[in-house]
Design a protein around this ligand. Sequence first.
Ligand code: NAP
Length: 541
Amino acid sequence: MSDVTTERGHHDVVVLGAGVSGIYQIKRLTDLGIDAIVLEADDDLGGTWYRNRYPGARFDSESYTYGYSFSKELLEEWHWKERFSAQPENLRYLNHVADKFDLRRHMVFNARVEAMEWDEDDRTWHLRLQDGSTTTARFVITSIGPLSIPTLPRYEGMDDFQGQSFHTWAWPKDPVPLAGRRVGVIGTGATGIQVIAEIADKVGSLTVFQRRPNWSTPLNNAPISDEEMAAIRARYDEIFANCAASPGGFEHVARWGFWDHTPEERRALWDELYDQPGFAMLAANFAEIFFDEAANRELSDYVADRIRGRVHDPEVAEKLIPKDHGFGMQRLPLETKYFEAYNRDNVHLVDITETPIERLTPTGIQTTAGHHELDLIVYATGFDAITGGYDRIDIRGVGGQALRDKWRDSPSTYVGVLSHGFPNLLMVAGPQSVSGSSNFPRAIETGVNWVTGLLQHALEHGHTRIEAQADAEQAWVAEVERAHERMLFRRSKGWFTGYNSNVEGHQEGKVRYQAYFGGAPRYATVIDRAVAEGYPAIDFS
Ligand code: NAP
């Protein structure tokens, strides 16, 4: 039964989504005494960590850089047990935060917003929920997540399959039996790579249907002892300052000078980085790898050799090495014994570029080379990233304009927070913010704090309408495009460039500028300057 009634009344602020961003956003608003609620589509809080329960789901940011930084008390009392904490613990953490700060009472669950319309006369958003109920708000803050709309392939016969099948995002809460079962996984992105490595030794057989391989380097996870946690706690201020100073919101520090070193020196560095935790291989490497094709090729050759050294069958190894994009040119998945999984007798790699999937059958998957009998099919086929959550809500701004029409070719925002023609709609971790390109919670805290400051400014001055100026928005889009075009990955096919073969209009050859790749420090400079100058790009009335 839904928690919502037919008319939910009016609030100064309605926040959409009770994930990592929504939890912090409602904390900030209620601390300020602002009348606000959170509407969450799901039946509980946690967002990505509520949903992604697939085996192997864990942070690939260091846990202690992923947690919230806003409460000293919270930092003091929480013990991260692993360097890269797993989903059950992450969800426990978010529940702990919500309970500690008594935030649940501001949250309404099973409250999926389907449509929202701006009323210029009363300067109010009118929201309609899936159950037909309605509510109004002066301001709406979206914290709906950049990876919250899972996408499925469109193979013939998908409904005919008689076994169990689901997207990784919808992995059931009840235990899924794996022992002895014939499992197929479609997709080898960050999710597929985690799930494949985790279940390889737990299933009867595992068949991986790979379209394009991804680069991947070791996560190098480890437990965090009491002593280590104490040392981390003592260093929290420094840790968060380091993250704020780095482009991707991590403690890893990149260096310039690729060509100042000999190939031997570079390989020696890479040998070291390969064994370091997390994104070291990417974020503590020479910065030239992102901009200089020759530098990137040399590093890609090195990582390819590491893959060859780990996979026994040379033919399989070659299939696992990306040939269409260089290292780090798509979002890098991190792995734990992923490549070794292919050395197991019960694991089979099917290259569906060579032998495409023709259809699903009641008992498995038919490729052009033969039929694979399966009991369970796992779709690790990704998300309608960044703008997907916005496209699913019928958002109508000034004059009835639909946001999904405005953003059809590519989103357009002012610093990822406002979009001209959609007054009083504030986005946390929105398209063209820094969130898509960095350690997510670090960017979220920046976003929530900025949005909250803007809102406070409006309320204190008695403003009932705020809107980004069209030319300021164009200038920001130009900055987003400029930052994107500098990067080598601009030619790659991943969600960085808005590619998703399963979403209409998001195919190859048409870049969607969905995230800001100018780095967190540069982004912070821009938004801090806006505050210092009294928000010159925003019209208040
Ligand atoms: P993804 O990176 O988009 O990967 C989707 C995979 O499915 C790709 O291998 C893709 O192949 C394949 N695929 C999609 N449609 C297909 C189709 N119709 N037929 C065959 N194969 C198909 O999605 P993801 O792995 O879920 O990761 C998404 C993002 O979530 C990551 O980039 C990351 O930001 C985040 N994530 C984070 C963590 C973490 O923090 N630890 C873990 C998991 C995910 P192509 O490459 O050929 O398109």
